[in-house]
Design a protein around this ligand. Structure first.
Ligand code: TYD
Ligand code: MG
Length: 454
């Protein structure tokens, strides 16, 4: 039987269908389904997707010559760390984030360092050259080898790259770039995908390092970086709370390094500055003698970071309780609330509760469980947690405390920030030596943790 082939696709969302339809079933747009050009059939046998050289065959691993991967520093240690030790030559990095988070600012700031040793082309489809110049002036950037180009046509951008031969290309943002050869509208998934593919070919073919900025909406989808993640080499998410000045850069995918690193920045009137000591920054302004706040230590990659968890437990009005969680997984917070009620003996079912992690940090590690239990109990009982006490441990459904990994590293960070006591799970910490000046309170279940609050 002949192999079935999809011959139609939607120019708006890229959805493929076996037959023509008046309305795309995926995105609901009318008259956007067109027949796929038969170009794929004519591709020369053996030609690779990234180069036009013919006759490529599978080769045994030892015969493949591996040139050393060339890395360069972007001038921002926090960014280099997330990239796995600097940007790789010829790679394509996608920087995604909500509008207004500071992506353009970050890109312009790294240009400042990059243009000292490399030729940088900054293409913006959103701002005019004058606007970029004004921003650069405000940020104190005066690179001689920084070229600005305000353009949205992909063909013109590629021509500019071929003429100028930059070492680094920055495209801000991919949603504004369009390929005139394609019929779909700028910003549609099909366009965004096609343009990214072309830039990827440019990166691999010419050895240009490309940074692409992409907007994502609150749900993280819609013609945004989500559809591009499998195409590009590295996906960085720039996150942060709109009400806080801290910004966190996180790697969601990295073909040249680990993905569990974060970089922390602070947005000020001179642009983004690096925060090499996030624990200190995140704990600044912590209230003294206020119930409902507890500090824990989470691992962000190989780096321990202290986080302040806050809980507010109040009696519910009109019998139906409201629960919300910000920065902490909602379902896990509900589970810990139930464990605290059933195993900790606190009657929380008639209460509203609100959970918050300070500084826009997202805590998604079980090691933060115990701190949330302590914060909830502290707010419920209206008893403050001792100011010099931190809590680390995973909580199970029977209220037992479970061991966490990298405990000694976390304890060193806790001690470094001036804490003198720390709640830790009794299991797995028996032979552990605490750093000098830090006394460990080994507990087996959450009842013992709640008993600390007297
Ligand atoms: P921007 O980089 O334009 O965001 P994006 O490209 O992600 O949409 O940054 C926009 C915000 O950053 C804007 O609301 C103002 C703020 N900002 C500062 O606070 N200080 C500065 O020096 C700059 C350049 C921007
Ligand atoms: Mg921008």
């Amino acid at each position: 039987m002949a192999k079935f082939k999809t011959m139609f696709y939607c120019t708006e969302c890229g959805n493929e269908t076996p037959k023509w339809l008046g309305r795309c079933p995926a995105c609901g747009a009318w008259n956007t389904v067109i027949e796929r050009p038969a170009a794929a059939e004519n591709r020369k046998r053996g030609a690779s997707a990234y180069s036009s050289e013919p006759l490529r065959r599978p080769r045994p691993l030892p015969e493949v010559e591996a040139a050393d991967e060339l890395r360069f520093h972007t001038g921002m240690d926090e960014l280099d760390r997330v990239l796995g030790g600097g940007a790789v030559k010829g790679s394509l990095v996608l920087v995604g984030g909500a509008p207004g988070i500071g992506k353009s600012t970050l890109m312009l700031q790294i240009c400042d360092n990059l243009c000292r040793f490399a030729k940088v082309l900054y293409v913006s489809g959103e701002e005019s050259e004058r606007q970029i110049k004004l921003r650069a002036q405000r940020l104190g950037i005066t690179g001689p080898d920084l070229y600005l180009y305000s353009e949205t046509s992909l063909e013109d951008i590629i021509t500019a790259v071929e003429e100028q031969h930059p070492d680094i290309l920055i495209v801000d943002s991919i949603q504004t770039i369009y390929n005139t050869a394609s019929t779909s509208s700028p910003g549609s998934v099909a366009q965004v995908k096609e343009c990214t593919m072309s830039l990827m070919q440019l990166a691999k073919g010419m050895g240009v390092t490309v940074f692409v900025v992409g907007h994502i909406n609150k749900e993280g989808s819609l013609a945004g970086p989500k559809v591009l993640e499998h195409i590009v080499d590295c996906v960085l998410h720039f996150e942060g709370d709109e009400h806080s000045s801290y910004r966190i850069l996180r790697a969601a995918k990295n073909r040249f390094g680990a993905t569990n690193e974060i970089g922390v920045f602070e947005m000020g009137d001179k642009g983004l500055s690096e925060v090499p000591n996030p624990s200190e920054a995140l704990l600044s302004g912590r209230p003294k003698d206020s119930p409902g706040s507890c500090v824990t230590c989470v691992m962000e990659g190989v780096r321990p970071v202290l986080a302040e968890l806050q809980a507010l437990v109040t009696p519910s009005a009109y019998g139906n309780s409201r629960r919300s969680s910000n920065g902490f997984d909602y379902n896990r917070a509900m589970m810990l609330n139930a464990v605290l009620e059933k195993r900790g003996g606190l009657t929380l079912s008639n209460c509203d509760f609100y959970v918050n992690v300070i500084g826009g940090l997202t805590v998604n590690e079980p090691a933060a469980d115990l701190a949330l239990i302590v914060a909830l109990a502290s707010s419920f009982r209206d008893k403050p947690v001792p100011y010099d006490l931190a809590a680390i441990g995973e909580v199970g459904l029977t209220g037992e405390l479970r061991a966490v990994h990298a405990l000694s590293q976390r304890l060193s960070e806790v001690r470094r920030l001036g804490f003198t006591k720390c709640l830790v799970p009794a299991r797995g910490s028996g032979r552990l030596f605490a750093p000098e000046g830090l006394s460990l309170i080994r507990i087996g279940n959450i009842r013992e943790a709640v008993a600390i609050l007297v």
